[in-house]
Design a protein around this ligand. Structure first.
Ligand SMILES: NC(=O)c1ccc[n+]([C@@H]2O[C@H](COP(=O)([O-])OP(=O)(O)OC[C@H]3O[C@@H](n4cnc5c(N)ncnc54)[C@H](OP(=O)(O)O)[C@@H]3O)[C@@H](O)[C@H]2O)c1
Length: 329
């Protein structure tokens, strides 16, 4: 498994990174801290070297206390800090009703970076993302603040999540961007048009929700029950009866190809993007050791350019209902 260089940086990571969000946020009740820390440490020991978290990844335990994802990641990676790449994010806060409040004003970024450093128990962040574009703050202002944080040694590199081409170009002109982190999966391909820009500017594409929130593993169906308000999958289109019906042809395609490749469906969905471009790094998330292992090994599944193209051709004939945007067609 050859490591990938993240954009303009000197950060090298394995082809599959780890999305840590689910231990605290959006996947039901948070995992108890001791188990989460142990599992994240086991992930490091099995080879994961790129950990994705965010200031906003918090969740409420049944007793009302808060799970701070960055604290779990920091505790799990104690003693191996220099062997891993930690990415975290600022600029998003969750309201009571789970709607987002965006704030990327320089003073907020400065206060957020201190919070994240403290929670992570580190004195530098390898990759610091703007989690969402704040329409009230210009990209140049955000980029200038990031440049100052790099100068001060608080962060090493920076990135933007769910960026547009225009925003990326304007920000990059002020302070070079190392990576973007946008949604990308077989069911969510609308950001593919930004690939040439990543190539031109030497920016890595970190793919979030790379298995369409777990759907592409083929292990779920419309009868699967998710745990209410804190499990966002309960409201996702791909998990409705209609969404499932629309994706059936894709699940069949994945089943067949996975058998041919001696891989699982989830692995195939990750290998498809890893083999498509050398600058794409998916960050699937799981709270279970066996699945972490399965996902990590997707980095060993090789698809030829012809096989990737065959999948793309099929995908172009399909339409999906999927969380996060419009159908991929
Ligand atoms: N930048 C952003 O705005 C943004 C937004 C969303 C996510 N993210 C990042 O991207 C990461 C991954 O995204 P995601 O969690 O939304 O989607 P995902 O990785 O596509 O899917 C994760 C879901 O699939 C399940 N799963 C994982 N591996 C599995 C396997 N092998 N078999 C069956 N089920 C499996 C997990 O459940 P279990 O835990 O029960 O295994 C989890 O609920 C997050 O952790 C986060 O770090 C970033």
């Amino acid at each position: 498994m050859e490591k990938r260089k993240l954009g303009n940086s000197d950060l090298f990571v394995n082809p599959v990174g780890l999305g840590c969000m689910g231990f605290s946020h959006a996947s039901g009740d948070p995992v108890d801290s001791a188990t989460a820390i142990k599992t994240l440490r086991q992930a490091y020991e099995m080879g994961y070297d790129f950990f994705d978290t965010a200031e906003a990844y918090t969740g409420i335990f049944p007793d009302g206390t808060v799970s701070y994802n960055e604290e779990l990641v920091g505790a799990a990676l104690k003693g191996v800090r220099d062997k891993v790449v930690i990415a975290t994010k600022m600029g998003v806060h969750h309201n009571e009703d789970l709607s987002l409040r965006l704030d990327s004003r320089p003073e907020t970024i400065r206060s957020s970076v201190e919070t994240s450093l403290k929670r992570l128990g580190t004195d530098y962040i390898d990759l610091y993302y703007q989690h969402r574009i704040d329409p009230t703050v210009e990209p140049e202002t955000v980029a200038e603040t990031m440049a100052q944080l790099i100068k001060e040694g608080k962060i090493r590199y920076w990135g933007i999540s769910e960026t547009t081409e225009e925003y990326l170009r304007r920000a990059n002109a002020v302070c070079p961007v190392t990576a973007i982190e946008n949604r990308y999966s077989m069911m969510a391909r609308w950001h593919e048009k930004i690939f040439p820009v990543c190539e031109e500017l030497n920016v890595a594409y970190v793919a979030f929700s790379p298995m369409a929130n777990g759907f592409l593993t083929g292990k779920y169906n419309p009868n699967t029950k998710f745990e209410g308000k804190q499990d966002y999958r309960a409201g996702m289109l791909q998990y409705t009866q209609e969404g499932y019906e629309k994706a059936k042809a894709l699940l069949e395609l994945l089943t067949g190809m996975a058998q041919e490749k001696n891989a699982t469906m989830g692995q195939l969905s990750l290998a498809w993007m890893i083999c498509k471009k050398p600058y794409i790094v998916p960050i699937p998330g799981s709270r279970k050791i066996s699945r972490l292992e399965e996902n990590f090994k997707a980095g060993d599944v090789v698809l030829t350019p012809e096989e990737v193209q065959k999948i793309d051709d099929k995908l172009s004939t399909m339409q999906f209902d999927v969380f996060g945007g419009h159908s991929s067609k």
